[in-house]
Ligand binder design. Structure first.
Ligand SMILES: [Zn+2]
Length: 467
C-alpha cells in the first residue's frame, strides 16, 4: 500500500533523460508564455522564435530573470492586472494570490490559476512524500500566515497526500505544543529555528499534559541550519524523533521543491515535473554541471505555470551539491543550501558565506562552542573585507574562561586551513550572544561605537516563508 515514490517514473528516470523531457516541455511552452506575459515579451524581444529544444543547454540562449525584473513588473500593476506585467492569465482565471515574505523589501505577489494550484499541490505533495510524510500522518502545520508561500500551498500539499492537516500556526507556542499532544500529531513542519524552539519545551509540556508524544517525523527548513549535526541533534533529541528532514522551496517558483529522503544527506529536487533547474556561477552566469561537490546559484524555469511564470529565474540561493544518485533510487541532484547572495561577503576577492563559516565552526568545535556566531562589519553596507573578519562565538556551558583564548586561536586556525579565510575570534561567555541569534535574523544591528554585525544566528536568512 505504502508506495516508495510519489512519482516513480520521473523520480527514478536518469537525470539526463529528465532534463531532455523538460527541454521539450520548455520549447513547447515558450511561444505561449511570450504571448501572455508582457514581461517575457519584452525580455525575449529580438530572440529567434522558440524552436524545439533538444536539451536544457537550449536555455543558455535566454536571458536570466531577476527579482528586480519581477519587482518592476509588479510595480506596473493596474486594475485589470493587479499582478503587473508578468500576469499571464486573465483575472477571471486567477483563483489565488500569494505573497512573498517581504523580509527584503515590499512583498511581491504571485498569482495562481486553478491549473497552477494543481501544479503546486502535486509538486509540494511530492516534496513532502520524499520527506517521509504519508496518508496516515497527523501533521502539525506551524506556518502562521495563509497568504505566504508556506501557508496555503504547504497545507494543500499535505492534504494532497491524504495526511490529516492540523493548522496550528498562529497559536501561541504553549497552545501549539499542548494541542500537538492532544491531536496525537505524528509529523511537524516548522522553520529550523522554530523547530529548535519547540524542541526546548517538548519534554516539559509532555509532563504537564501527561500525554505521550506521537511525534515521529519532523520537517524543517527555510534556513540552512540543518547542515549542522549539532542543530540536528538538538531537534531530534528534544523532540524525541529519528526522522528529521530538511526542506526548501521558493515562493516565486514552487514553495517546496527540495527535501531530504531517508538518507538525510542533502535535499533531492522533487518538482521536476513542472520546474527545470540549472546551477550557475553567480559572477559569470556560466552554467555549471551537476556534480558532487559543485557549488553555485540555483536558477529555476517553471514551464507549467499559467499565471506568473518564470524563465531562468535567479534565486540568489547558493547550493553545494552533495550527490548525484542516491541509495533511495531517486535520480535528482541532492544539495545543501549554503547561503544567499544577499549574505555573501568578499574576503580578498573570495566569496564567503557567513553560514558556511558558522557550520564549519559548529561542526569542528561541537561541545566547546554554541552553534552560532556573529560577524562584525564597520559599515552597514560593507561586503568586502581585506582584514581578518571579526567574529564572536559563544562558549558552550561548562567551558572555563581560561580556555577561551586557546579556543579562539584554534578556531581561527581551523577556518583558515579549511576555508582559506582569516577570521579574528572573540570567545564570549555562555549566553554572550543575543538570544535572537537563535532566530532567523542575520542582521541584528548594534548601536555605534560598536561596529555592526553582518551575521549571527544558528540559522541563516530564510529563503521561503517562515512561521
Ligand atoms: Zn535519496
Amino acid at each position: 500500500m505504502d508506495r516508495r515514490y510519489w512519482n516513480e517514473e520521473l523520480e527514478t528516470l536518469a537525470w539526463s533523460e529528465v532534463e531532455r523531457w523538460q527541454a521539450g516541455r520548455i520549447g513547447a511552452a515558450l511561444p505561449g508564455l511570450r504571448a501572455r506575459s508582457a514581461l517575457y515579451a519584452e525580455l525575449h524581444a529580438g530572440l529567434p522564435d522558440a524552436a524545439p529544444m533538444a536539451g536544457l543547454a537550449g536555455l543558455r540562449d535566454l536571458p536570466f530573470t531577476t527579482k528586480e525584473h519581477l519587482r518592476a513588473a509588479q510595480d506596473a500593476a493596474s486594475a485589470a492586472e493587479p499582478f503587473g506585467r508578468n500576469q499571464s492569465a486573465p483575472l477571471a482565471d486567477i483563483v489565488q494570490a500569494l505573497s512573498s515574505s517581504g523580509t527584503t523589501g515590499r512583498p511581491l505577489y504571485y498569482a495562481l490559476t486553478r491549473h497552477d494550484l494543481e501544479v503546486f499541490s502535486d509538486a509540494i505533495a511530492n516534496t513532502w512524500y520524499t520527506a517521509g510524510v504519508r496518508g496516515d500522518d497527523v501533521v502539525a502545520h506551524l506556518v502562521g500566515l495563509p497568504m505566504v508561500a508556506g501557508g496555503l500551498p504547504y497545507a494543500d500539499g499535505f492534504r494532497r497526500i491524504g495526511a490529516t492537516l492540523c493548522w496550528l500556526g498562529g497559536f501561541p507556542t504553549e497552545r501549539i505544543l499542548r494541542e500537538m499532544r492532544r491531536l496525537r500529531a505524528s509529523a511537524l513542519l516548522a522553520t529550523t529555528s522554530f523547530g529548535l524552539h519547540l524542541a526546548e519545551q517538548w519534554e516539559s509540556v509532555g509532563r504537564e499534559t501527561g500525554l505521550p508524544s506521537a511525534l515521529r517525523k519532523v520537517l524543517c527548513g527555510g534556513e540552512p541550519g540543518l547542515a549542522q549535526p549539532q542543530i540536528r541533534e538538538r531537534i531530534t533529541q528534544g523532540l524525541g524523533i529519528a526522522s528529521l528532514r530538511e526542506t526548501m522551496g521558493l515562493g516565486d517558483v514552487v514553495p517546496a521543491m527540495w527535501s531530504e529522503c531517508e538518507q538525510q544527506d542533502g535535499m533531492h529536487f522533487n518538482a521536476q515535473k513542472y520546474v527545470a533547474i540549472e546551477l550557475i556561477d553567480p559572477a559569470s552566469g556560466e552554467v555549471l554541471p551537476w556534480a558532487e561537490g559543485a557549488t553555485g546559484e540555483l536558477v529555476y524555469t517553471a514551464f507549467d505555470r499559467e499565471a506568473t511564470p518564470v524563465v531562468r529565474y535567479r534565486s540568489r540561493d547558493h547550493a553545494l551539491v552533495t550527490g548525484m544518485g542516491c541509495a533511495c533510487g531517486r535520480s535528482s541532484p541532492r544539495m545543501r543550501c549554503i547561503g544567499r547572495t544577499d549574505d555573501m561577503l568578499i574576503y580578498k576577492g573570495m566569496n564567503v558565506f557567513p553560514s558556511a563559516i558558522r557550520d564549519l565552526v559548529a561542526t569542528r568545535f561541537a561541545g566547546q562552542v554554541e552553534p552560532m556566531l556573529r560577524i562584525w562589519k564597520t559599515q552597514q553596507d560593507q561586503v568586502r573585507f581585506d582584514d581578518p573578519l571579526p567574529v564572536d562565538v559563544e562558549a558552550a556551558p561548562g567551558i572555563e574562561a581560561s580556555r577561551f583564548e586557546t579556543l579562539a586561536r584554534a578556531i581561527e586556525a581551523e577556518v583558515r586551513a579549511r576555508a582559506q579565510v582569516r577570521i579574528a575570534v572573540t570567545v564570549l561567555e555562555p549566553g554572550g550572544l543575543p538570544k535572537s541569534a537563535y532566530k532567523n535574523s542575520l542582521l541584528a544591528l548594534r548601536e555605534p561605537p560598536h561596529p555592526e554585525p553582518v551575521a549571527s544566528a544558528a540559522a541563516s536568512r530564510p529563503s521561503q516563508a517562515k512561521p
